[in-house]
Design a protein around this ligand. Structure first.
Ligand SMILES: [Mn+2]
Length: 238
């Protein structure tokens, strides 16, 4: 079995090369794999499945194509937590809980966005609990599309000032929390994104933690083929 993992594309209207890069990845790689797994922050912001803007339409179009070629799984990150069941139905993808254990050739692989393991950032964890609570989400989704767009724009202006997407501004995972998470599910491989620090880390007992990179100067993908791991970056522009 072969699987392709990506995360942290942060697709938005300011960097059309990212959506174009995803479209090319879908055109090439998804014909060769059994599943495409997107581990969060597919888009920079998602204001609701009723969004009829250009970016939302583009994302739906590309994922629909992908879903015709392989199984496509989408997990929420801390940007696109409002992606919902209507989006899944519209595109043919399956939403995943964070974290999820995926069986690849009989091996359990722990897949997560990764932010839940960054426990040392207590302020962030409080914010995360709010954004992921169904009460907060229902309140936001009850407002009009225009109001949600305005809210997103104002949150975005703040995050641009704070440079939130830079790795220096994202706290890294807590090693003990990662070990505990792997212990809990009996997995020896964790794949996550969020921290924007791509790499393959060798842990104790032969266990590994693969971190996907964010799509900026290049795109990042992890391919798992018959148990072999290949983490690569590829150009977004041809
Ligand atoms: Mn994230």
């Amino acid at each position: 079995m072969s699987a392709l993992f990506i995360s942290d594309l942060h697709i938005d209207e300011t960097r059309p090369r990212v959506l174009a890069g995803l479209e090319r990845l879908v055109d090439t790689d998804t014909r060769e794999v059994d599943m495409l797994v997107i581990l969060g922050d597919l888009v920079e912001v998602w204001v609701g499945d009723d969004d009829d803007g250009t970016v939302a339409d583009g994302v739906r179009r590309v994922l629909s194509t992908a879903a015709e070629r392989c199984e496509v799984y989408v997990m929420h990150g801390n940007r696109d937590f409002l992606l919902g069941e209507r989006f899944a139905t519209d595109t043919g993808v399956t939403l995943l809980d964070d974290p999820t254990v995926i069986d690849i050739d009989g091996q359990p692989v722990l897949a997560a966005h990764g932010d839940a393991y960054c426990t040392r950032d207590t302020a962030y964890q409080r914010l995360r609990a709010t954004f992921r609570s169904s009460a907060w989400q229902s309140t936001v989704l009850a407002s009009s599309l225009g109001q949600r767009r305005a809210l997103a724009a104002s949150l975005r202006a703040q995050s641009a000032t704070a440079n939130e997407n830079k790795a220096d501004n994202i706290m890294d995972v807590t090693p003990e929390v990662v070990s505990g998470a792997l212990d809990q599910v009996g997995a020896s491989l964790l794949v996550h994104g969020h921290t924007h620090r791509p790499g393959i880390h060798h842990l104790d007992e032969g266990r590994r933690r693969v971190v996907l990179g964010d799509w900026d100067r290049c795109g990042w993908k992890l391919r798992i083929d018959q148990g072999d791991l290949a983490l690569t970056c590829f150009p977004l522009q041809t």
